[in-house]
Ligand binder design. Sequence first.
Ligand SMILES: [Zn+2]
Length: 477
Amino acid sequence: MRVLVIAASAALMAAGAAEAKGPAPAKITSPPVPPPVDQALARDLLKELIEINSTHAHGSTVAAEAVAKRLREAGYAASDVQVLAPADHPTKGNTVVRLRGKGLGKPILFICHLDVVEAKPEDWTVDPFKLIEKDGFFYGRGTSDIKGDDAALIESLIRMKREGFVPDRDIIVAFTADEEAQGDANGVDWLLKSHRDLVDASIVFNPDSGGGGLLAGKRVSYGIQTSEKLYATFALDTVNRGGHSSLPRPDNAIYQLSHALDRVEAYRFPLHVTATNRGYLQGNAELESGQTRADMLAVAAATPDPIAADRLAKREDLNALLRTTCVATQLSGGHAENALPQHAQAIVQCRLIPGETVEETRQRLVAAIGDPEVKVSLTAPVKPSGETVPDPKVMARLEATIHGMWPGVIITPSMDAGASDSVHSRAVGIPSYGTSSIWGDLDDVRAHGRDERIRIPQFYEGVEFTYRLMKAMSARE
Ligand SMILES: [Zn+2]
C-alpha cells in the first residue's frame, strides 16, 4: 500500500491549487541530489527491480535474491545479507541486510516491500514490467509503490559502504514479501515472529507511508506517518420465521434491518483527537485561512472545541480524522419475491481511530441500533495496532533532515486511512514512522493503478533524502 494521504489537501484539490488559501505552498527549488555515479546506480537498481515481476502470483524471492547479490557485490559480508522465506512459502522471500555500526545504541530498522500489485499489460499504455522514461517520469509497476524506495535504500546502503561510513548504531534494512496481497506470508510479520533477532530494533522507518505531496507541481506538505486507522467489518443480521407475501405482518427482517441502518446512519462516534492528528491539524492549519484555520487550531487545542469540531466534520476528510467512522457498504436479504424474508444482512465497514478497540466499536453500534434482535458481528479478525505517539526527539531529527532537503515545507505527523506494514511493527511495540522519500502528485495518484509513474527529479531527490535519513537517524541519541 502506498497511500499519499494529506487529508486537508483534499479540500485544496477541490478548490484547485491556484485558489488554495493561506500562504502559497513552497515552490520547487533545486534540492540536493546524489553524485552522478549514485544517480546512475539508483536508476539501474530501479530498472532491475521494475523488470522483475513480483506480483502475488510470482512472489518476491527473485527480487530478494537480486537485492542480496547487489549488496554482496558491494562488499557486504554474506553473513550480513540473508535471504529468508517461510518454508511453506518459498516464493515469498525477504532480504535482510545489516550495516554494522559502533554499537552505540539499539539498531534502527527500515522496512520496504518488494511485491507489487498485479498489472495487466493490456490496461497500460506502456509495458508495466519495463522501466520506461517518458515526459519527465519513470513509468513501471512499482515505481511509486514501492520499488522507487527499495532502489533508494539499496543505493544508499551501497553508497555508505563505498564511503566507509560506520554508523553509531547498526542500520538494518528488510526488503520484504507479501504486503500488497494481504497474504499469509507477510514478510514484516513473519520476520518479527520468526527472526526477531535479525530485525530487532528500537525504531522502524517505513517509506511505504507518509511522505510529501505535490499539487500542480508545488509542494504542499510532508506527512510523517505515525498512525493508521484500522479496518473492522461488521455484519448486521436480522432473521424472521418468514411466511407468504400475501399475509404481511409487522415483523419483517428487511424492515427491521432497514430501521437499524437508519440508526447507524444517524449515529456519530465520539470526537477523538489523537496526538498525531493534533499535530496534523496544527501544521495544516497553516494551509488554510478564516474559520477553517481557526477551527483546526481550536480542535488541536489541549481540550478540543466540540463546536469547531462539528464545523470541521462537515468535510469528510477532516471528519475521518476526528472520529471512528462506520458506513453501510453492502446489503442482501430475502429469498423469493413472493415470500416474507427470513434473513437480511448489511455489511458495515468501520475505520477505527487508533486506541479504540473493535469490541468497543461493536458495542457502540449495538447501542446505537437499540434493537437486541439485530445481531452485530465481526466478519474477520482485526490485528490491533496502536499509534506511535510522535516522539519530539525523533520528530526534530526527521524535520531537520526533511528541511535539509526541502527548506520551509510544512511537516506534520499524519494518520493514514489504510494499512501499511507498520501495523506489524507497531503491534510488537516498536515505534514506527512512515517516511516516503519520493514526492508524489496528490491530484494524480497512480499507485495500484494503470501507468504508475514517479517524477524523475523527485526520484533522485528521494535517493539523496534516503541516504541522509539513514545517516541522521542512526546517529546515537
Ligand atoms: Zn506499498
